[in-house]
Design a protein around this ligand. Sequence first.
Ligand SMILES: Cc1cc2nc3c(=O)[nH]c(=O)nc-3n(C[C@H](O)[C@H](O)[C@H](O)COP(=O)(O)OP(=O)(O)OC[C@H]3O[C@@H](n4cnc5c(N)ncnc54)[C@H](O)[C@@H]3O)c2cc1C
Length: 354
Amino acid sequence: MSVLDVDLAIVGAGLSGLTAALRFAHARVTEVPLRIAVIEAKDAIGGRTLSTSNGIDLGGAWLWPHDSRALALAADLHVETLPQPGGSDGEARVQGGMSRLVAAVEHAIRALPHVQLRVCLSTVAESVKIDNAGVVVTADNLVLRAQHVLVALPPRLAAHSLSLPIDEGRREAMLRQPIWMGAMGKVGVEFAKPWWRSSPRFNINTAFLPGSAIKQMLDASSDTAYAIVAFVVPPDDAGAMPALVDSVVRDLGALQRRVSGSEDAAIAVVSHSWRHDPFVFAPGPGSPFEHPRDGRDALRAPLRDECGRARVFFAGSETDGFAPGYLDGAVRAGERAAVEIGLELNAAAATVSD
Ligand SMILES: Cc1cc2nc3c(=O)[nH]c(=O)nc-3n(C[C@H](O)[C@H](O)[C@H](O)COP(=O)(O)OP(=O)(O)OC[C@H]3O[C@@H](n4cnc5c(N)ncnc54)[C@H](O)[C@@H]3O)c2cc1C
């Protein structure tokens, strides 16, 4: 088991955790290297953003005009957006897929000369403990000793899978907060031509297929592929997912015949069931399809050591008060947590110099 000493440990390399790292590092220019470690359970960063090499998003995809912090982050990092074809609310996607935004955040952190960033992939955090010297995060293959830790997971998942020094009331509040889209799946189907654009009277984004497993369909084309993504509710049994994907392809074929009079076979099919992803979905009370609400302090108040210093902070989209569950909420929560950690460091420095 390796042991690593850092200034800030972050659990979760989704958009929220990485945005927090970037904003914290930007605001804290130090002469000695600022050591930040991000622990990520999966073998890649990005969390609920997942884009194919053709820019098709199987996770978070759309940004709306009011998503001001996420749009500002994309603009800061020169990540281009493209308007949604056939969209009516000014919604946009990232050119090349939303994973590009997350990759750009990581790249921007690495470009800061005062930062030593370690991203520990395939490392599952198991517990967070406050001790006299700071915080200890124990993962399956690593122990991190840090001054501060940021838990950047959906609160329900954190309460479910991470041992945290919280009381039962806080744990229950975290379990009550749904994980947005955590129980959904997406199927992306690529075609040689955008047949759904052939009739001006037909808009795939608002079409509905009664009796189909498809809950909603959207034009997900990028600059390199024509594609439709379909939202589906994955079956309880993960083994039944391929049959559901096949049914989506069949239903889109039938729709193509109706809309364009002929059927060209799909050229590629991709899918992801978030519901069967152990680092996204966790069961909790109520329906998993509920929209998260602002959980205020019960979800985001830092945990303190016995001297009153804040040691454990919380981000993750579902801790945000403005856009909980959304990409914008992930960015806002990361930015808020970065400010909180900075204020705590300033307060600690002031105490030492008094
Ligand atoms: C199908 C789908 C469609 C969506 N569409 C949209 C959309 O169009 N617009 C929009 O605004 N939002 C959308 N969202 C929501 C958006 O994707 C999320 O709000 C956002 O990505 C959340 O980012 P996050 O960093 O808060 O959390 P996450 O992305 O969930 O990141 C948490 C990270 O923590 C890791 N992790 C979990 N447990 C551990 C552990 N024990 N140890 C270490 N690491 C761990 C996970 O692997 C993950 O990388 C969608 C989500 C899904 C699933």
